[in-house]
Design a protein around this ligand. Structure first.
Ligand SMILES: C[S@@+](CC[C@H](N)C(=O)[O-])C[C@H]1O[C@@H](n2cnc3c(N)ncnc32)[C@H](O)[C@@H]1O
Length: 315
């Protein structure tokens, strides 16, 4: 879908399933921790009409500006904040929601707008500065990583976060190339991957995994999620629900383990003979296995294909 300004709008993923999981109700308070273009916020506001409210959060200035326009018809029920979701709990008292929300959604990763806008540097299809910062206040870009990290660190980033088997070869080519001149554009990085002799899976650009790895590193996506998952259930009121949509196995594993811990009555190491922890379950799991998008949704919106949806309800 293309908006009035000619840029591609993000189609919300699994919106019906997210609403089934959160069960929005009139007068409920909901947090959209990853606002993007606002599609899931709209779904929640519609499902909680006439009185439900959403606190809409994103760390990307562009996303906030765009969704303020997309949400023009709902401005009496939505408020906006620029923040990383790992710090959302600090925002709640100032918002009058000190005791938490009735529901919260995290829709992880990047939006279609971020990916397709060449100026943001996420796109290997269109040339642009090698940036990849979702939050423009972050100090290091993908170009900075490519031009300053040693070969082993680059290889680890590309292997661990991009799950790219040719990571060492790619890192070596990047380092050789920057001795001649620094990498500055997405085309420079794409060329380095090509020069490393990487072919990629059929139907996928060979640079896909390398771009993913660097993007995750630039934005510290796993660290941010891990820190949120330490005690993110505290954003919820008793009975409040949380849904998380993730798009690759590294994220989903973190969510699965955190939700299991939150739902457990003991977190002692398995070899401990007698429970000595005072931990008690904070949540119930809403689903044991992640929900996946329907084949029909994937056909309509191919970006949904790797989505996994998990949810918990605070006790
Ligand atoms: C997949 S998009 C969300 C799309 C949105 N649900 C919609 O329907 O348009 C992910 C959004 O989360 C934001 N984001 C990613 N990590 C974040 C973080 N740690 N804190 C706040 N926002 C984050 C990105 O900037 C992006 O706008």
């Amino acid at each position: 879908m293309v908006d009035k300004a000619g840029s591609e709008r993000h189609l919300p993923v699994m919106a019906v399933d997210v609403c089934e999981m959160l069960e929005p109700r009139p007068a409920g308070r909901y947090i959209d921790a990853t606002l993007g273009d606002g599609g899931l916020t709209i779904a929640i506001l519609d499902a909680s009409a006439p009185g439900g409210e959403v606190l809409a959060v994103d760390w990307d200035d562009d996303a906030l500006a765009r969704s303020k326009k997309n949400l023009a018809a709902y401005l009496d029920r939505v408020s906006f904040a620029r923040s990383s979701f790992e710090r959302i709990r600090e925002l709640l008292p100032g918002h009058g929601w000190g005791d938490g929300a009735d529901g919260m959604i995290l829709d992880l990763g990047v939006s279609t707008h971020q990916i397709t806008e060449p100026g943001r540097g996420f796109s290997f299809q269109k040339d642009g500065p090698l940036d990849m910062r979702m939050d423009q206040r972050l100090t290091e870009t993908a170009a900075d990583l490519c031009n300053t990290r040693d070969e082993k660190t680059l290889a680890n980033i590309i292997y661990r976060y991009g799950e790219e088997r040719a990571s060492r070869r790619i890192a070596r080519t990047i380092v050789e190339r920057r001795l001649r001149e620094p990498l500055e554009t997405t085309a420079d990085l794409r060329r380095a991957v090509k020069d490393a002799g990487v072919f990629g899976r059929p139907g996928h650009d060979p640079a896909t995994r390398t771009f993913q790895g660097l993007r995750i590193a630039v934005n510290d996506e796993l660290g941010t999620l891990e820190r949120f998952l330490e005690d993110g259930f505290k954003c919820l009121r008793p009975g409040g629900r949380m849904a998380v949509l993730s798009y690759h196995s590294l994220e989903d594993r973190l969510v699965k383990h955190a939700f299991r811990k939150w739902a457990s009555d003991c977190i002692c190491p398995p070899e401990t003979p007698i429970c000595g922890c005072s931990w008690r379950a904070k949540v119930n799991l809403i689903v044991r296995r992640p929900k996946r998008p329907s084949a029909e949704e994937v056909e309509r919106n191919p970006r949904a294909r790797s989505a996994r949806l998990r949810g918990v309800q605070r006790i």
